[in-house]
Ligand binder design. Sequence first.
Ligand code: OAD
Length: 250
Amino acid sequence: MTLSDAAKLLAQARHVVVFTGAGISAESGVPTFRDALTGLWSRFDAQSLATPQAFQEDPDLVWGWYEWRRRLVQQVRPHHGHLAVARMAAWAPQLTVITQNVDDLHERAGSDAPVHLHGSLFAPRCVSCLHPAPLPETVEQPGEGSRIPPPRCTLCGDLVRPGVVWFGEQLPEEALFAAAQAASRCDLLLTVGTSGLVYPAAEIPRLAARSGAAVIQVNPQATPLDPITAANLRGAAAEILPALVSAAWG
Ligand code: OAD
């Protein structure tokens, strides 16, 4: 199916879900996880940085790594792909943006309340009492391996942790429920820049397909989601998304 066929489907849809992964932020300068060489998991060990055990064993290393990532995100900007997603809200009768990303580029592009399945770099909370904590004021960009002691919770005094989902943890219930509900009710799901390998998030486009929605994929590479797609638009998000939105709504 061509881009213009995909655009026709998009223009006809009543409820559109946009489901994004790290690839949509790549062209803003935020590294993905699994791309060879540039992906975070090719340079860093997920088990020592993104698990509850890692935080228990070395909180300064883990907090420092997330502070490095948070500062990196603060220094980049959303691109035309993020903006195209935000613009869709003006045209699609109903739009739900669901992201696996912990950055805030959808919000900064103008998308209203995207569902964050994997939490956020900007919502630290107490490891024990879950009380939300203010973001620390970081004056300088920390280095990649900087060790920074996490702040202490103002209520109970325990450590503050990044507000992201780590390996082995449950997804936030409310976000997962909202995502599953939208996926099962939409008539079109646009999946952008995800490898479709991490569950339960990767179940979202599959649930949409099983519920009868057309799935359109934007990704320069083949993914395990290929077999469920009605259209596979091979290319970069910053290029394809604006072209798709223009072709759908002019
Ligand atoms: P991955 O790094 O697994 O996949 C990124 C995808 O983006 C790949 O399929 C790339 O081909 C594609 N991509 C790269 N550049 C792109 C571009 N310019 N435009 C469009 N696509 C592009 O990232 P995710 O699928 O988001 O979870 O990973 C899922 C989860 O694994 C993350 O949320 C994170 C990670 O571990 C947690 O931290 C819990």
